[in-house]
Design a protein around this ligand. Structure first.
Ligand code: PNW
Length: 490
């Protein structure tokens, strides 16, 4: 009988991080407290029509005030890490054009210190979609090269104040989603739009997503440069970026559809990862977009190469891809030049790729986890990875926790399926070092407001009371089965 229980067969190393993930705008609330400046999401949600239920993140789940309670929930589950983001406008209400907000620094110091006291490692994102509105007003934020100065300035302040205790830094959460929804489909601020599959009929320039992405990539590089030259040696942490990673399955075995799936990946994820890791945009993008794609100077390229220590992977869903370059295909999501002539669809011969859910882009396809991790491992030479988000959303309208909402077996099935295939990828040698569930609590789900719930805990939005769901207990058990009860010291 093994004293270590399931451990012998567990592919998760003892240093593996198990946690939950969150973001400032979706969790904190306190949107005017203690000197915080207004951000792009404060403005966006307060404009009628942008959020389905007319709600906003003014209060959200009030984690700004309730973090001690939430730490108790984390300790009960037994996680050893917590992924959260810093609200840029709480630290720098006016960006680099004003002073540092001491109260903001104090808040994150308290949070970080308490996490560490509780044995939970902070895994910190600098930007999870929310940026000081000042940067939009002054120069159009990501559309201007000026933004690189602001991001560098902000990152420097965070490393300086928190880097003695924070050992995992993420520059950006899902810049691919932020750019596509902010500058192509118009669904997120700053509501710029050039696609017929979004919020608007006409448009802004189709180039804007590429310009915004270019500035984000170079902002990332600037922050990494500061970290490496000024801080990393003493602080001994690591820094990376988080991408939204969809598994794109060729809809047929044809050469054309396989190439199209490759292009879809290049126009979605490799768009950012290639420049940061390999120093240049994916070949397919260069070929198809030509001079529409911004270019990196020699100086940029040097800064870019090997510009991260790990890749953060947010993986939830998979889609089929059909070629639209060599074959005629219907006009649809992905089919145009700006997305690489690769039509995205969840259906093949009238059957969904996986069970559909209350979330319109979320299909349950557990093999996608193994496939995307293995894909990234191969393309980027097995750079360390973290699964920085994975989770399941449901639509449940009642505020008080119903039996049905708490007994979330669909979520348990989803999570256990995805963790199974993650384990398979690890056994094949993928260097994945952590897994963060989205999310500890129900929270503000962007344009879906509070109508979609992703939590291991139900939140009653009338009282903000948290109630554990079956999935919380399941995750607790899973972590216990896959970790040793505090390493024995010799
Ligand atoms: C992520 N997709 O967004 C975000 O990082 C979170 O803030 C968000 O709450 C969470 O997932 C759940 O929605 C995603 O198309 C956006 O596959 C798009 C996709 C997945 C996640």
């Amino acid at each position: 009988v093994s004293l270590k229980g399931n451990l012998d067969s567990s592919p998760f190393p003892s240093s593996f991080l198990f946690g939950t993930a969150s973001s400032s705008y979706q969790f904190e609330g306190a949107y005017l407290s203690d000197g915080k400046g207004l951000n792009n999401w404060d403005l966006f949600t307060h404009k009628p029509g942008n959020i389905v239920d007319g709600s906003n993140g003014d209060v959200a789940v009030d984690q700004y005030h309730r973090y001690l309670e939430d730490l108790n929930l984390m300790n009960y589950i037994g996680v050893n890490s917590y992924r959260f983001s810093i609200s840029w406008a709480r630290i720098l209400p006016q960006g680099r054009f004003g002073s540092v907000n001491k109260a903001g620094i104090n808040h994150y110091n308290k949070l970080i210190n308490t996490l560490l006291l509780r044995g939970i490692k902070p895994f910190v994102t600098l930007t999870h979609y929310d940026i000081p509105q000042e940067l939009e007003n002054r120069y159009g934020a990501w559309l201007s090269p000026e933004v690189r100065e602001d991001f560098k300035y902000y990152a420097d302040i965070c490393f300086k104040h928190f880097g003695d205790r924070v050992k995992y830094w993420v520059t950006f959460n899902e810049p691919n989603v932020a750019v596509i929804r902010g500058y192509r489909s118009g669904l997120y601020p700053p509501s710029r739009c050039s696609s017929s599959f979004g919020n608007c009929s006409s448009g802004d320039s189709e180039n804007e997503p590429f310009v915004a992405a270019h500035n984000i990539i170079l902002s990332h590089a600037a922050a990494v440069d500061i970290y490496r030259t000024k801080y990393q040696k003493q602080q001994r942490g690591s820094i990376g970026i988080v991408m939204n990673a969809i598994w794109y399955e060729p809809i047929s075995n044809s050469y054309e559809d396989k190439q199209a799936a490759e292009r879809a990946q290049s126009f979605y994820m490799n768009w950012f990862l290639d420049p940061i890791i390999l120093g240049k945009y994916p070949l397919e993008m260069q070929e198809i977009l030509g001079s529409d794609l911004p270019v990196f100077s020699n100086h940029d390229q040097k800064k870019l190469k090997s510009g991260l220590d790990f890749i953060g992977v947010n993986h939830y869903t998979s889609f089929y891809i059909r070629d639209c370059m060599f074959s005629v295909c219907e006009h649809g999501p992905g089919s145009s030049k700006t997305e690489g002539f690769a039509l995205r669809t969840a259906l093949k011969d009238g059957i969904f790729i996986g069970k559909s859910t209350a979330v319109d882009w979320l299909y349950v396809y557990p093999q996608g986890m193994d496939k995307i991790v293995t894909y990234i491992k191969k393309r980027y030479n097995n750079i360390p990875m973290f699964i920085t988000e994975n989770g399941f959303g449901e639509n449940d309208k009642s505020d008080s926790p119903t039996e049905e909402s708490l007994n979330d077996l669909n979520r348990v099935e989803y999570i256990s399926g995805y963790l199974d295939t993650l384990a398979a990828a690890l056994r094949k040698g993928a260097d994945v070092r952590g897994y963060f569930l989205w999310s500890l609590l129900d929270n503000f789900e962007w344009t879906s407001g509070y109508t979609i719930r992703f939590g291991l805990h139900h939140v009653d939005y009338a009282t903000l009371e948290r109630t554990p769901r079956a999935s919380a207990i399941w995750y607790k058990q899973f972590i216990a089965n896959h970790t040793s009860p505090q390493e024995f010291s010799a």
